[in-house]
Design a protein around this ligand. Sequence first.
Ligand SMILES: CC(C)(COP(=O)(O)OP(=O)(O)OC[C@H]1O[C@@H](n2cnc3c(N)ncnc32)[C@H](O)[C@@H]1OP(=O)(O)O)[C@@H](O)C(=O)NCCC(=O)NCCS
Length: 208
Amino acid sequence: MSFATRLLLESDISRCVDIYFAAFQNPHSLACWPRGVPAVRSWWEAMFHDELHEPGSTWIKAVSHETGEIAAYCKWRQHEEGCVLETDLPQWPEGADARLCDETFGDWARKHLELMGGKGHMYLEMVATDPKFQGQGAGSQLMRWGLARADQDGVESYLEASPDAVRLYEHLGFHEAGRTDTWIENERVKPRTLYRNLFMIRPAKERR
Ligand SMILES: CC(C)(COP(=O)(O)OP(=O)(O)OC[C@H]1O[C@@H](n2cnc3c(N)ncnc32)[C@H](O)[C@@H]1OP(=O)(O)O)[C@@H](O)C(=O)NCCC(=O)NCCS
């Protein structure tokens, strides 16, 4: 199947939140975000709306040439040299596991600052493919959009990797720069599960 890469629109947000919840089936996401809870869904939709036009951010989607459906989306953020990376956390929605969100998203933000603070880089904040389109090239197509930009600018790329995506990221030139292991257990994730998140960097190419 082939896909067109397009900019994400306000009218795509509801579909992308559906993709997010369908795609992220790892224990960390399931523990953080209960599915089918209106406050959680509204929080995600509001976050997309707030960040869609954020300076430096580009949200793109892969649209199936065959069916016209959005198969995948991602958010790239371009950080300039001298950037100040935020470590403040938002207010989590009612129903989310606030303790786990604080612990993990807090660790990830601090690690981003430690590894990339002040450096110009492309940051992949989020990527998700609808499960029915996975393994058909949509995710890597959106990844390559940002990596081409990083190569044009001669900067590194950075991301936080869920275990399921590590192999794909390695194939795209990323390597591990750090990791966190978190024990996860709540009413949605039993028994206790060790979740490994990797921090990954793709080196800069020579500026063209
Ligand atoms: C990670 C994720 C975004 C990848 O999206 P995807 O659209 O399935 O990605 P692709 O199809 O481009 O690549 C996936 C694999 O299929 C392979 N593939 C791509 N096109 C293919 C094709 N036409 N035929 C067969 N295999 C193909 C790729 O080589 C890749 O293999 P690899 O893992 O060995 O590198 C998707 O699995 C997902 O949404 N996961 C849940 C959310 C998540 O974890 N997001 C990442 C957060 S860090």
